[in-house]
Write a protein that binds this ligand. Structure first.
Ligand SMILES: O=C[C@H](O)COP(=O)(O)O
Length: 337
């Protein structure tokens, strides 16, 4: 790599300051007038989403810089029934050192802090992750509230949040009750998310809408708005277990809701997290383009944007290796994530 491209990689992915977190979203009272008349046009959303990746392409050095940024916003995730402390420790080691040393050096990033945005695990794995990430500044995110369906009594769901926070999780990924959306029970949805936010204390709350189960994009918009009014710091597409997980049209609608909320509140920034099935580096680029086009550069930082993914990092590393060496290596050279 020559000096010019090295500079593009290094400067395109400026260091991220985790201590500089955004203020929490305090929410608002439930305001149905902000969403009740909304009717999202499905084909218009699909058309706009399809043009995003064709109108803007990211090439060579800038692509490498964007992939570095993608690494910095990954919530590196393991949410499997056979998770063990050993697997979580290996994932945390990968979060601390997401790229091989030879690639870091070839990309001109030696000495620069490079980690994933967070590590995301089940509640009982939080203590292991907290210990493994000690001193790294990488937050531990925990799913909670009966993930992935949320169909346990509210009392238990709130207790689960308090448990994860008590064990050191700085971020809580909650799931909503889909039935509240499907039945138009907006006050019930608002109350549920508001109680969950309260149970989070200082921890940031990401509200998983499970958009693949909400039937319409209009429901996605309304659920997004209600979750933000109830104080969600992030809205997140999916658990990774729905039949349909993160898609660009759904993400577009959620970004528009974030933009409207910013405008209605006079400046409250809410983050966005697509998750589920995001495995290819080119998908990560598509979502970064969406954020830049729809919400602007502030949403290219980990305090306002995360990619929830268990298997994306391996492909990003593979693409960066190709950028540096001109060759592809086999998938099994790129370990967890
Ligand atoms: O929240 C993150 C998702 O569970 C990850 O889904 P994935 O395993 O399809 O990447």
């Amino acid at each position: 790599m020559n000096a010019k491209t090295e500079h593009a990689v290094a400067s395109g992915a400026a260091p991220v300051h985790l201590s500089n977190l955004r203020p929490r979203n305090d929410g608002t009272p439930l305001k149905a007038e902000w969403f009740e008349a909304m009717d999202v046009n499905l084909s218009a959303a699909e058309r706009r989403a399809a043009t995003l990746t064709t109108r803007r392409t990211v090439k060579k050095a800038w692509q490498a810089a964007w992939l570095i940024r993608a690494i910095e916003v990954i919530d590196l995730t393991t949410l499997a029934g056979d998770d063990t402390p050993g697997r979580v420790r290996r994932l945390c080691a990968k979060a601390r050192h997401p790229l091989r040393d030879d690639l870091v050096e070839a990309l001109g990033l030696t000495g620069r802090r490079l980690t994933t945005g967070a590590v995301c695990v089940y509640p009982t794995m939080v203590p292991t992750a907290v210990k493994a990430l000690e001193g790294s500044g990488i937050p531990v995110a925990s799913v909670a509230t009966g993930f992935p369906t949320g169909l346990t009594p509210l009392k238990q769901r709130l207790e689960e949040i308090r448990y994860a926070v008590g064990e050191g999780a700085g971020e809580i990924d909650i799931v909503i009750t889909r039935a509240h959306v499907l039945n138009g029970e907006w006050a019930a949805l608002y109350d549920e998310v508001a109680q969950m936010r309260e149970a989070c204390g200082e921890a940031h709350l990401k509200a998983i809408l499970a958009t693949g189960e909400l039937k319409t994009l209009t429901n996605v918009y309304k659920a997004s708005m209600v979750a933000m009014q109830a104080g969600a710091d992030f809205i997140k597409t999916s658990t990774g277990t729905e039949a349909v997980n993160a898609t660009l049209p759904v993400s577009l609608v959620m970004c528009r809701a974030i933009r409207d909320y910013l405008e209605f509140t006079g400046g409250v920034h809410v983050g966005f997290k697509p998750a589920g099935g995001i495995r290819a580096a080119k998908d990560a680029l598509a979502w970064l383009i969406l954020m830049k086009e729809e919400l602007g550069d502030a949403w290219l930082q980990p305090d306002l944007f995360r990619l929830g993914a268990s298997a994306l990092l391996g492909d990003i590393e593979r693409q960066l290796e190709h950028y540096v060496t001109g060759r592809y290596s086999s998938n099994d050279r790129h370990g967890m994530g």
